[in-house]
Design a protein around this ligand. Structure first.
Ligand code: 48H
Length: 272
């Protein structure tokens, strides 16, 4: 303000600013290259790498806070463990790690969560928290035998929680990442509703096995792939979909899985 005048705050302006800016953001993200469902470690890393490569990416997170299972470390002790390969991603993102013993590094769970979220935002990913993906849109592609997920059906988590009878809205997307963690929500929906088989051994969600850190960390990466045309699985959802173990509070596999999902989709977007 000029001449030391003080400005009187107008509540109407504040309200209009929020409604207009959110509406602009939402309208601008109704047609995506990639929709990431779930804002845990794998979803955040995927969103970061996709946005860094200039892809139009939005992340939908049911909860108020982004971060999924990262905040709580192991059993609410807010430190996480990563191996050498996972540490490289943390290094790239500027997240401090400390050597515990050869092959095992720790990182502060809060620094990791907040920095991953911040880096993904700064790279250009758009975040829609408090929104739950409750269904998918499936259409035929490449002839009658093939179907593909081409969109998501979203609603406010508050509507879901209050069990209100309010219809959802939709998002169009070329690719989707199911990064919904142990629940593997999208793949379960697709299994139930698509009338087609998933790209797994059984044709359905195989299911998560008991805890085995070493095997689970390796299979997380192997299982990060397309599980239904147009939908990639990352993080815990990858192991649950293809039937491997959980790993406990070691997060290298989650980070690497997010990166791999992003790279696979970037390749599809750029080369097909
Ligand atoms: C919108 C949704 C929906 C939906 C779920 O659980 P996460 O942290 O997922 P990952 O796979 O990136 O990381 C897993 C890790 O946190 C973990 O649990 C490990 C390593 N466990 C090992 C073990 O042995 O226990 O995050 C998933 C996110 C959550 O924030 C959900 O709220 C969100 O997805 N979400 N968001 N629409 N339908 N379903």
């Amino acid at each position: 303000m000029e001449n030391g005048e003080t400005m009187t705050l107008d509540e109407q302006v504040i309200t209009k600013a929020i409604i207009r800016r959110f509406t602009e953001k939402w309208l601008d993200n109704l047609d995506l290259d990639v929709a990431v469902v779930g804002g845990g470690p794998s979803g955040l890393v995927a969103a970061y790498y996709l946005a860094s490569r200039g892809k139009k990416v939005a992340l939908f997170e049911r909860k108020l806070s982004i971060g999924g299972g990262l905040w709580g470390g192991g059993m609410m002790l807010n430190e996480i463990v990563v191996q050498d390969e996972g540490k490289q991603i943390l290094d790239e993102l500027g997240i401090a790690t400390a050597l515990f013993q050869p092959g095992y590094f720790t990182a502060d769970a809060v620094e990791t969560t907040t920095t991953l979220a911040s880096q993904a935002c700064r790279a250009g990913a758009k975040f829609f928290n408090l929104m739950s993906v409750e269904d998918v849109i499936i259409r035929r592609s490449n002839g009658p035998a093939s179907t593909k997920v081409v969109g998501l059906v979203v609603n406010w988590t508050a509507v879901e929680m209050a069990r209100l009878h309010v219809d959802p809205l939709t998002i169009r997307t070329q690719y989707t990442i199911d990064a919904t963690g142990h629940a593997t929500e999208l793949m379960h929906i697709i299994e139930r509703k698509s009338g087609s088989k998933l790209l797994t051994e059984t044709g359905g969600v195989v299911g998560e096995k008991s805890l085995w850190a070493d095997v689970a960390e390796q299979t997380t990466l192997k299982n990060t792939r397309e599980a239904f045309p147009g939908v990639y699985v990352a993080g815990m959802a990858a192991n649950a979909t293809f039937g491997s173990h959980r790993m406990g509070p070691i997060f290298g596999g989650m980070l690497l899985s997010g990166k791999k999902a992003a790279e696979l989709i970037i390749d599809r977007l750029e080369n097909t």
